[in-house]
Design a protein around this ligand. Structure first.
Ligand code: G1P
Length: 290
């Protein structure tokens, strides 16, 4: 069975980026020249996803406008002969988008649950737009390939230093093939004794039974309904796998990670990379205050 639908939780307040995110959704902050959320949407599209389901909230309408068709802008670009820009704008709005709102900030598990009626009864993907992953093969495609083999839920994981395990969902499991783990348990942001250093990164393929698990679990870490806890519950009835993907991941939900993602993606951009690299090399690289 192919994965056709992908859920993008995007209802958070973006408090880590205030004041920039007071009137602009965090998901619309630009990485080089594209809003953050577009990277994950493009990754989904190039992994075979046909339907993009975005979980939004108050003050997020710029996301809907961004992915909509803008006749005025498109005809202006056509008139001016700016066909390259036109193509980049047209391509993304050809995908099918659906939006639903998370009415209360009750956590990632709750955000995903808001998509229950839109997903219906088929396996689906979840992408957290804060996790920007630069890879040769789109990470979601790497996961859908694993899903085709194992026919069960698959989570993207990456090894992290032990002193950072408290920032992530951490899996316990057995490596059954290089990079592929059969999961036996998950803990959201363990305060101590993490079961491993394999951290959940924001790409998941989940069977629709996850919705029943979300209904069953209560509030977990941070008082929120955690997707990690729901996947842990799912393990009682189904196998779940974790896959160590290939790619460089940036936590763009954090100021430093966002800056790193901007710099390293810009360095790879034709027409920007060379001059930026020269500029960086010419900087006095000691941290300083002005
Ligand atoms: C979320 C998940 C966590 C996962 C992380 C990856 O946490 O709850 O399990 O490891 O994303 O980015 P957040 O970073 O939203 O607190």
């Amino acid at each position: 069975m192919s994965i056709r639908k992908a859920v993008f939780p995007a209802a958070g307040f973006g408090t880590r980026f205030l004041p920039a995110t007071k009137a602009i959704p965090k998901e619309m902050l630009p990485l080089v020249d594209k809003p953050l959320i577009q990277y994950a949407v493009e990754e989904a599209s190039s992994s075979g996803i046909e339907e993009i389901i975005i979980i939004t909230g108050m003050g997020k309408s710029a996301i809907e406008d961004h992915f909509d068709v803008s006749f005025q802008l498109e005809s202006l670009l056509k008139e001016k002969g700016k066909l390259d820009i036109l193509k980049s704008i047209e391509e993304i709005s050809e995908l099918h988008f659906a939006y639903t709102r998370q009415k209360k900030p009750l956590g990632l598990g709750h955000a995903v649950y808001c998509a229950k009626n839109l997903v219906d009864d088929e396996p689906f993907a979840v992408l957290l737009g804060d996790d920007i992953i630069d890879s040769k093969v789109p990470v979601l495609k790497q996961l859908t390939d694993v899903f085709t083999d194992v026919n069960a839920s698959v989570i993207a994981v990456q090894r992290v230093p032990t002193d950072q395990t408290h920032l992530y969902g951490i899996i316990d499991g057995v490596e059954i093939k290089p990079g592929l783990h059969r999961v036996s348990g998950l803990v959201e942001k363990p305060k101590d004794n993490p079961p491993s250093n394999l951290a959940v990164i924001g790409r998941y393929i989940l069977t629709p039974e996850i919705f029943t698990s979300i209904e069953k679990i209560g509030a977990g870490s941070g008082g929120e309904i955690q997707l990690t806890d729901a996947i842990n519950d799912l393990l009682a009835s189904e196998e779940v796998y974790a896959f160590e993907f290939e790619g460089d991941r940036y936590d763009a939900g954090d100021k430093l990670g966002f800056l790193k993602a901007n710099i390293s993606l810009a360095l790879k951009r034709p027409g920007l990379g060379e001059e930026l690299s020269e500029f960086i090399r010419g900087l006095d690289l000691k941290p300083r205050r002005t």
